[in-house]
Design a protein around this ligand. Structure first.
Ligand code: SAM
Length: 257
């Protein structure tokens, strides 16, 4: 998968050199390219913002640098060029992180992980002039996504969240793919559930014991216990998920929990 990120703070993305994502980049599973929006400014101060039309506080990101940046980054790779056109598909999907977007969920991550090419545009100040999205939508699919009901200072941390969530789903990134299926919100049985408590050795730590069923070796009993714990934790912390769960997803034993 290719991911392009346009930002005024490329250094914000050094964490993408670490851990699973760093390894995925080294092994060629993930091709992340960072672009400094200020490369597409031409004044002495590399200005990317201006006062809002209609008045009001704050500044708005100017459309010109964004338009040029998106044109350049999403340009169809030239044939027989400089070896930089590694099988990129013709059209990327543009992701605009914004608190006014659709809430980003694991279902979005599942879908976006199947895309060959994503471009993230990181806003700052009061956001990006709205004509940028309008213009881009004439050439590529555009999605406005929010990582939660709160306002960050910029789209960089939201992009990091989404890139990490999407990247760990790519084949070859996680050592054990099965763990994905058991995660909170995973496709299938877990879609409307969070994962229950987890434990490792030692069996007793500071007088706290691991639940005996986990030491029993009875896989059926362990699965049932995990399901019960998952239902209880979801009811406690995320009752909204259970409310949206199709009723045929619950068996009789679930209803008793
Ligand atoms: N004036 C905007 C509003 O009220 O919707 C908030 C702008 S915010 C200060 C600056 C930038 O941070 C946004 O353009 C967006 O890129 C990013 N951002 C802030 N909160 C976000 C969130 N919850 N999810 C995704 N991106 C967010």
């Amino acid at each position: 998968m290719r991911i392009d990120i346009i930002t005024i703070f490329p250094d914000y993305f050094t964490p993408l050199e670490l851990s699973l994502i760093g390894k995925a980049r080294t092994s060629g599973i993930l091709d992340v390219r960072l672009h400094d929006l200020r490369s597409w400014t031409y004044d002495r101060h590399s200005t990317v913002d201006d006062t809002p039309y209609g008045g009001g506080p704050g500044m708005v990101m100017k459309p010109e640098p964004w338009g040029e940046a998106l044109d350049a980054v999403t340009a169809k790779p030239s044939q027989g060029g400089h070896g930089d056109e590694t099988a990129a598909p013709a059209v990327p999907r543009l992701i605009l992180p914004t608190p006014s977007g659709v809430p980003f969920t694991q279902a979005h991550a599942d879908r976006l992980a199947a895309e060959p090419w994503l471009v993230f545009a990181c806003g700052r100040y009061e956001g990006i002039d709205s004509r940028v999205a309008e213009d881009a939508a004439q050439r590529m699919p555009v999605e406005e996504l929010s990582i939660g009901d709160y306002v960050l200072a910029g789209g960089e941390s939201a992009t990091l969240v989404m890139v990490e969530t999407i990247s760990r789903l790519l084949p070859g990134v996680l050592g054990n793919r099965e763990s994905v299926a058991q995660d909170s919100f995973a496709t299938g049985e877990m879609r409307h559930l969070v994962e229950g408590p987890v434990y490792t050795k030692p069996a007793v730590w500071r007088d706290h014991e691991v639940p005996p069923v986990l030491l029993s070796g009875n896989h059926g009993a362990v699965d049932r216990w995990r399901r019960d714990q998952s239902l209880r934790k979801t009811a406690r912390n995320r009752p909204d998920l259970l409310e949206s769960m199709p009723t045929d997803r619950l068996d009789q034993r679930d209803r008793d929990v």
